[in-house]
Write a protein that binds this ligand. Structure first.
Ligand SMILES: NC(=O)C1=CN([C@@H]2O[C@H](COP(=O)(O)OP(=O)(O)OC[C@H]3O[C@@H](n4cnc5c(N)ncnc54)[C@H](OP(=O)(O)O)[C@@H]3O)[C@@H](O)[C@H]2O)C=CC1
Ligand SMILES: CC(C)(CO)C(=O)C(=O)O
Length: 308
């Protein structure tokens, strides 16, 4: 199948970054944001800029589609994922290929469960520094999408090939990884460290670039994921740790992770996908994860101050 239409779920930092990138590459209205009618109505009133330039984006509700999208890009935050999927379930069909750019290691399973779709290509969105505030998207680095098939999805080779062909045609920066679960754990290790630490310490990337308490906490939390990986057999090594620390050190010093953007916007965070999951998995192995336990409590505490 040649992918000719792309729907995006989630009009935030990554959704707008990919939506504004793909819109000029596909025929008019074949790149669109999919959402329930009240959101679409609001989105049509709002003006969005991308690195200072007004973006020309298209929005559609499920009832406005005459055909299911060939590709669905999921760019939501974890706390709203299930609810948002349920609202657009009828808009997709068994031919729709799904790529989730979400952080964490479980969005693909939740999507498969909620939408009942089989063509799921696992994905890791990395190296970008997208910041979305007041309908203004800025980024210095676009990053790349790493895609692959999980062991359970190996039979979906055609979906992977179609996605690669689409990414080549649209010049989307991408890589194919034959061990995508390992890659997801690498990115998860990064997010468990950097996202949680900078939301708790309320800082930009420059804060964890320099030696000090925040960097030590970030490294402590990442090392707990490394230990967990040994126990789960997902293959993280000291070399992966060093490679992902280097990625962190190259992030725009003035940028900030999505989880700190949540704190500033007073939104529920993805802490359950990070420390929450680390703590649950660690308990099943009898592993102590003090850095993640403390970060979990601290995130829950600041969330409690604005989520009543
Ligand atoms: N930001 C980054 O640099 C990176 C983020 N990620 C990951 O990508 C994912 C998305 O992150 P990000 O783009 O930052 O998230 P944002 O919070 O910026 O965007 C998510 C969007 O989802 C929309 N939304 C909320 N509820 C619903 C709903 N029920 N239906 C449809 N849309 C809804 C919100 O729009 P509204 O409420 O206005 O309608 C919001 O703007 C996360 O998992 C994140 O961890 C990964 C790599 C980098
Ligand atoms: C840390 C970062 C920016 C890496 O791309 C990220 O994944 C996030 O903000 O959620």
């Amino acid at each position: 199948m040649t992918i000719q239409s792309a729907a995006i779920l989630g009009r935030g930092a990554l959704g707008v970054m990919y939506g504004s990138f793909l819109s000029p590459q596909l025929p008019s209205e074949q790149t669109y944001f999919l959402a329930e009618p009240h959101r679409v109505e609001r989105y049509r009133q709002e003006r969005i800029t991308v690195n200072g330039t007004p973006a020309n984006l298209c929005f559609k509700s499920p009832k406005e589609l005459n055909k299911a999208p060939d590709l669905l890009i999921v760019a939501l935050k974890a706390p709203v994922l299930r609810q948002a999927l349920r609202l657009v379930k009828d808009a997709v069909d068994q031919n729709t290929i799904v790529v989730s750019v979400m952080n964490g290691i479980s969005s693909e399973d939740i999507i498969a469960e909620e939408l009942g779709l089989k063509k799921i290509v696992h994905c890791v969105a990395q190296r970008m520094d997208a910041l979305f505030q007041n309908n203004t998207l800025t980024y210095r680095t676009f990053g790349e999408l790493v895609i692959g098939l999980s062991p359970q999805n190996r039979s979906q080779i055609e979906a992977l090939q179609d996605t690669v062909e689409f990414f080549r045609r649209t010049q989307m920066p991408h890589l194919v990884d034959s061990n995508i679960i390992h890659r997801m754990w690498c990115k998860w290790m990064l997010n468990v460290g950097v996202n949680q630490t900078l939301s708790v310490y309320n800082g930009c990337f420059e804060m964890i670039h320099k030696p000090g308490e925040a960097r030590d906490v970030m490294i402590g939390a990442m090392r707990e994921v490394l230990k967990l990986s040994e126990l789960e057999g997902t293959g993280l090594t000291e070399m992966d740790f060093k490679e992902y620390l280097k990625i962190i050190d190259e992030l725009n010093p003035k940028g900030m992770p999505s989880m700190r953007q949540d704190r500033l916007a007073k939104r529920p965070t993805e802490v359950e996908s990070f420390a929450g999951t680390v703590i649950d998995k660690a308990a099943s192995f009898g592993l102590n994860v003090p850095f993640n336990e403390k970060l979990y409590r601290q995130v829950r505490q600041f969330e409690a101050e604005y989520l009543k």
